[in-house]
Design a protein around this ligand. Structure first.
Ligand SMILES: [Zn+2]
Length: 336
């Protein structure tokens, strides 16, 4: 629904007004950086067009109710007149996918007022698929609307671009990014603000950075366990942990990074306990690392895994109580 779109107020109001006055063009290109909500806007258009009980407000001439049968079906992705086309496993949108929607667009809508075809990541349409779409974009069936969504609109054929008026979406403000992270992705306020500050106005980018951080942290944790399994030499161990805490960044980010790494380590140690006790492997949290964890069970048997897990837990508690990350890491690495 338009009223839940964060940011893009001017474009959203424009779309809402065009739908209310029935002046929405039959084909539009929603262009702008990735991860800012363009697809969401396209689906909000589909809802506002097909809602059975649309409402209006001073800011939005027409918006979906969010509660009627049509709105609920659109939200669940099962409305027969709202079709979303997106790249498959190959990363491209194939000509067969386009032929299918072109065929369906030729019929009258089943239930809705107008059929809305959303082509997400339209730049991944193979050329043949773009050409197959051209004729429909030139003479769109009266009851259909085509919304092409793209963060690389210039990768589209000029013939396609020239038939779709372009709406230019901009990056979100950091406060808007953090608002979405809190509302839709379960972030707490401080984490959301920190992630948004580094995300160039893109929610998608903030989410991707977090998963990259997690992957890095888990890899750091795994490597540390691998080394401690091999060497009991305290000096060598303290050297290892230097890499973990001596990365650039502020004191607060150093603390955050270490806690993320320690949480990953706790999860790996739990899995080592599972592997060494011969429990059902389907409960492994890091199943993708099973082949790398397996050799570690020789050193990290059941008891040592448990002890190490308890030590990591204490280290996390100390970090929460504001102990210095370096002191905590040094202490921990000698307990493993
Ligand atoms: Zn509705």
């Amino acid at each position: 629904m338009f009223r839940f779109i964060v940011g893009h107020r001017r474009l959203v109001a424009l779309l809402s007004r065009a739908i209310a006055r029935e002046t929405l063009p039959p084909a539009l290109l929603l262009a702008g950086p990735p991860g800012i909500g363009k697809r969401r806007v396209a689906l909000a258009v589909a809802s506002a067009v097909n809602c059975l009980q649309p409402r209006s407000s001073p800011e939005l001439e027409r918006d979906a109710c969010g509660e009627c049968a049509a709105c609920r079906r659109i939200a669940r992705g099962v409305h027969p007149d709202v079709i979303v086309v997106e790249p498959g496993d190959t990363g491209s949108i194939k000509i067969e996918q386009v032929r299918d929607v072109v065929d369906r667009a030729g019929y009258r809508p089943f239930e809705g007022r107008r059929r809305v075809v959303v082509i997400d990541e339209a730049d991944s349409l193979v050329s043949a698929a773009q050409n197959a779409l051209l004729k429909t974009l030139e003479e769109p069936p009266s009851a259909s609307i085509f919304l092409l969504v793209s963060s690389m609109p210039d990768a589209l054929l000029s013939t396609v671009r020239s038939r779709c008026p372009r709406l230019r979406f901009g990056a979100l403000a950091p406060a808007e990014v953090s608002e979405v992270l809190i509302r839709d992705h379960g972030y707490g306020e401080p984490d959301a603000r920190a992630a948004a500050a580094d995300a160039d106005g893109s929610v998608g980018r903030a989410l991707a950075a977090e998963s990259a951080d997690l992957t890095d942290a888990r890899e750091d944790a795994r490597r540390l366990l691998e080394h401690t399994a091999r060497s009991g030499d305290p000096t060598r161990r303290l050297d290892l942990v230097k890499d973990l805490t001596a990365k650039k960044g502020t004191a607060a980010s150093e603390r955050d990074r270490l806690s993320v790494c320690l949480r990953a380590m706790a999860s790996l140690l739990r899995d080592l306990g599972v592997l060494s006790s011969g429990a059902d492997r389907r409960i492994l949290a890091n199943a993708d690392l099973e082949s790398q964890l397996e050799p570690l069970t020789a050193a990290f048997g059941h008891d040592r895994s448990l002890r190490a897990y308890a030590a990591v837990d204490r280290a996390l508690g100390a970090l929460e109580r504001n102990a210095s990350p370096k002191v905590v890491a040094d202490w921990l690495v000698l307990q493993l």
